[in-house]
Design a protein around this ligand. Structure first.
Ligand SMILES: C[S@@+](CC[C@H](N)C(=O)[O-])C[C@H]1O[C@@H](n2cnc3c(N)ncnc32)[C@H](O)[C@@H]1O
Ligand code: SF4
Ligand code: SF4
Length: 421
C-alpha cells in the first residue's frame, strides 16, 4: 500500500512554532509556543492524519513537491500490517525532529526571498520560546535535521542549542541544510557531533561568479568555495558521511547544469540534486513563470531539454527531484504579462526618459517586485545605454561590466519575440 512513515516518527518545527509531520505536508498538528511536544504529538489533528495514513490516504501531502512521491520511492510501499503496528506502537515523542523555525539567512536568493530577512523583536522572542520548549526533547531523539528554512550558521539560538547538546542515542545523526558559506567558521561549535552518518546539504545554485552572485544575493563565491573545500575535507576525515549539493533550476542557471555536476563531483558530492523551482513563500505567479524553464510553454523549454540530454545528467550521483519530469503546461506569456508589455511599449520610453520616470512606469520602487521588474526591464525596448543604467540601479553592475549583458540580453530577445507575436 502507498503510505508514509513520517507521521509515526517525524516532527517538523516551523517558523512561529507550528509543528507538522513533514515539510511537504501542510497539516499543523499543534504549536510549540502553546503546547508541549507530547501534547502535539498525541493531538486530535495528529491522530486524524495518522488514521488517514493507515488507510493509505496521504492526507495533507503535497505530492507534487514531495521528493519521495516524485521519485516513487520504495519507502512509500508499506505493508498494511506494518502500518497498523506503527500506529499501535507509536512512541511517546517523535524519534526525528526537524528544526526549521528560523528563517534568518546570510543570503537572499531570489528563488526564496526578495530581500535579506530582518528579524523583529517579536520574532526573536518567539525564537527564544520555541528553543526553550524544544530543547528538553532533542537529547532523546535519533535524528535532528536543521535548517530547512534559513541558514543554521546565522541562527544563533539553534546553533547554541546544538553546541550544548549531547545525544544519548549512539546511532544519532544530523542533517544540516546550509548555503555553506559560514560552515567552516562555525564548525568548531558543533564538531562534537561529528560522525560518519551526518549529511550536509548545500545549495550554491551555480559555480559561475556572476550567476552565483545573482542567485545568492551576495558576492561570496570565494568564501563559499573555501568552506566547501573544508566540508569535503571533513567527509574524508569521517566527520560527516554524505555531501549533497543542490541546484534549484531556473532561467539563469539551467545552461550550467553539466558544469555544475562536474564541479559537484570534484567536491566529492554523494548526491547532486537537481530540483525544479517551486512557488515559494512570497514568490508571485509571474515570477515563477519567468523562472521555471520546466514549463513546456517557457521560451527556454526546448533548450532546457537539450541541456539535460548531456550524458553527465545520467551520473548515478544525480538525484532526480523532478528535473526530467514533464510538468503541466502553463500559458506563457499570460494575458497580464502581455498587457504590461503593451503598456510599456506604448508608454513613450525613449533614450531621453529619465531613470526615475522609467522606474515609476514599471513600478520599480518597491523591492517586492524585484524579479518581475528585472524581467520587465528585459522586455523593454529601451536602448542599450539606458538598459545598462537600469541594471546598475538594480545592483547587477558587475554583471554588466564583465560583459555579462550579452548573456542577459540574448535570451531576452527570445522572450521579446514571443511577446510580440
Ligand atoms: C530554503 S533552503 C534552506 C537551507 C539552506 N539555506 C539552503 O539554501 O540550502 C532549503 C532548500 O530550498 C531550496 N529552495 C529555495 N527556493 C526554492 C524554490 N523556489 N523552489 C524550490 N526549492 C527552493 C534551496 O535551494 C534549499 O535546497
Ligand atoms: S509529503 Fe511525502 S514525505 Fe511528507 S508525509 Fe507526505 S508522503 Fe511522506
Ligand atoms: S535558499 Fe537558503 S541560502 Fe538562499 S535565501 Fe533561502 S534559506 Fe537562504
Amino acid at each position: 500500500m502507498k503510505s508514509c512513515k513520517k507521521c509515526f516518527e517525524y516532527a517538523y518545527v516551523f517558523v512561529g512554532g507550528d509543528v507538522r509531520f513533514c515539510p511537504w505536508n501542510g497539516i499543523v498538528i499543534g504549536n510549540l509556543k502553546r503546547n508541549t511536544l507530547e501534547e502535539i504529538w498525541h493531538s486530535a489533528e495528529a491522530e486524524k492524519v495518522r488514521k488517514a495514513f493507515v488507510r493509505g490516504e496521504l492526507l495533507g501531502c503535497n505530492e507534487q513537491y514531495c521528493p519521495d512521491c516524485i521519485n516513487e520511492s520504495t519507502t512509500l510501499d508499506i505493508d498494511e500490517e506494518d502500518l497498523r503496528r506503527l500506529y499501535t506502537d507509536l512512541p511517546e515523542i517523535p524519534s526525528q525532529i526537524s528544526l526549521a523555525y528560523d528563517e534568518r539567512c546570510n543570503h537572499a536568493c531570489p528563488s526564496c526571498r526578495h530581500e535579506f530577512f530582518c528579524a523583529s523583536k517579536e520574532y526573536l522572542e518567539d525564537l527564544e520560546i520555541i528553543t526553550q520548549n524544544i530543547e528538553p526533547y532533542i537529547g532523546r531523539v535519533k535524528h535532528i535535521a536543521t535548517n530547512g528554512i534559513g541558514d543554521l550558521f546565522v541562527s544563533h539560538e539553534i546553533l547554541n542549542m546544538l553546541s550544548r547538546f549531547r545525544p544519548s542515542d549512539p546511532e544519532f545523526y544530523m542533517f544540516i541544510e546550509t548555503n555553506g558559506v559560514l560552515f567552516k567558521n562555525n564548525w568548531e561549535k558543533i564538531k562534537h557531533l561529528a560522525n560518519k552518518r551526518n549529511i550536509v546539504s548545500i545549495t550554491p545554485n551555480s559555480f559561475d561568479r556572476e550567476t552565483y552572485k545573482y542567485l545568492a544575493g551576495r558576492d561570496d563565491l570565494e568564501k563559499f568555495e573555501e568552506s566547501m573545500a573544508f566540508i569535503t575535507k571533513l567527509k574524508h576525515e569521517g566527520a560527516i558521511g554524505r555531501i549533497r549539493i543542490i541546484m534549484v533550476i531556473q532561467d539563469s542557471n539551467f545552461r550550467q547544469i553539466p558544469q555544475f555536476i562536474k564541479k559537484c563531483i570534484e567536491y566529492d558530492a554523494d548526491d547532486i540534486v537537481l530540483r525544479p523551482i517551486f512557488k515559494w513563500f512570497g514568490m508571485q505567479e509571474d515570477e515563477l513563470l519567468y523562472k521555471n524553464v520546466l514549463n513546456p510553454c517557457h521560451p527556454y523549454y526546448q533548450e532546457y531539454l537539450e541541456v539535460i540530454q548531456d550524458p553527465i545528467c545520467q551520473d548515478p550521483r544525480v538525484y532526480n527531484w523532478g528535473f526530467d519530469v514533464e510538468q503541466e503546461a502553463i500559458p506563457f506569456p499570460t494575458l497580464e504579462m502581455k498587457r504590461k508589455y503593451e503598456e510599456l511599449k506604448n508608454s513613450d520610453i525613449s533614450e531621453k526618459s529619465g531613470i526615475n520616470e522609467l522606474k515609476d512606469k514599471i513600478n520599480c520602487q518597491t523591492s517586492e517586485n524585484y524579479n518581475i521588474q528585472k524581467q520587465l526591464i528585459y522586455q523593454m525596448e529601451v536602448n542599450a545605454e539606458l538598459q545598462k543604467q537600469l541594471f546598475n540601479e538594480i545592483q547587477i553592475k558587475e554583471a554588466m561590466k564583465n560583459g555579462y549583458s550579452w548573456k542577459l540580453t540574448a535570451p531576452l530577445r527570445k522572450i521579446r519575440r514571443i511577446f510580440k507575436k
